[in-house]
Design a protein around this ligand. Structure first.
Ligand SMILES: CC(C)(COP(=O)(O)OP(=O)(O)OC[C@H]1O[C@@H](n2cnc3c(N)ncnc32)[C@H](O)[C@@H]1OP(=O)(O)O)[C@@H](O)C(=O)NCCC(=O)NCCS
Length: 184
């Protein structure tokens, strides 16, 4: 299968933050931004794959700064990594104050998407051609995140499988701001 360069599927969505997108604090709702990120990830991944893609997991959604109504938000997406049937789209979110022209980087997230063929079966995606040192850095970072996630997943599975509720738990939770009050 022939590879596709990162630039082939690089995608940007730009959207004005209107009052309908606000939460009770008057800032743009985090769920609204997540929905836009999912949309741009879908477009970027599907373009690279040549097939529609579904979202499987999202890494590291951290809202580092609030987004204000009236700001112009750009979602810059590119394929960072490809596996066999999955790919990772990195999304950088930039908010711009239209009047001052000041840009703020509000968050970066990584969406893992899986390609599906028209029959709904998972499909192989084309290899990725890295065209810059940034592309290489992002690819290597995605590999590292994948390794960390695999490690965390197996660690948490072991933890869940071996969890025992006994007197040591009270000690474990000693400095936590919780108390145990289990009704029979
Ligand atoms: C995504 C989905 C097709 C994977 O099914 P599956 O039977 O695990 O498929 P496969 O075993 O063939 O795995 C396909 C790829 O998905 C990856 N994958 C599966 N689960 C994953 C997870 N939790 N996190 C990251 N990658 C995952 C596998 O590593 C594999 O990648 P690779 O081919 O690049 O090595 C299936 O879980 C699904 O349909 N989920 C629902 C997706 C959806 O509807 N999203 C919208 C949410 S509303």
């Amino acid at each position: 299968m022939q590879g596709r360069p990162v630039s082939f599927s690089r995608t940007t969505i730009v959207e004005l933050m209107v009052p309908a997108y606000t939460n009770f604090g008057g800032k743009v709702h985090g769920g609204m931004l997540m929905s836009l990120m999912d949309k741009v990830a879908y477009a970027c991944a599907s373009k690279h794959a040549g097939n529609y893609c579904v979202t499987v997991s999202v890494d590291a959604v951290e809202f580092l700064a609030p987004v204000e109504v009236g700001e112009m938000v750009s979602m810059l997406a590119s394929v960072n990594y490809v596996g066999s049937k999955s790919l990772v789209v990195g999304i950088k979110v930039i908010a711009e104050d239209i009047r001052s022209g000041v840009h703020r980087h509000t968050n970066t997230s990584y969406f893992t998407m899986v390609a599906k063929d028209p029959q709904g079966q998972t499909a192989i995606v084309p290899p990725l051609i890295l065209e810059s040192t940034d592309d290489v850095r992002r690819y290597c970072a995605a590999l590292q995140r994948k390794r960390l996630r695999d490690h965390a997943r197996s660690y948490m599975k072991d933890y869940r499988d071996n969890f025992v509720f006994d007197e040591s738990i009270e000690q474990y939770l000693d400095k936590q701001r919780c108390s145990i009050d289990i009704k029979q």
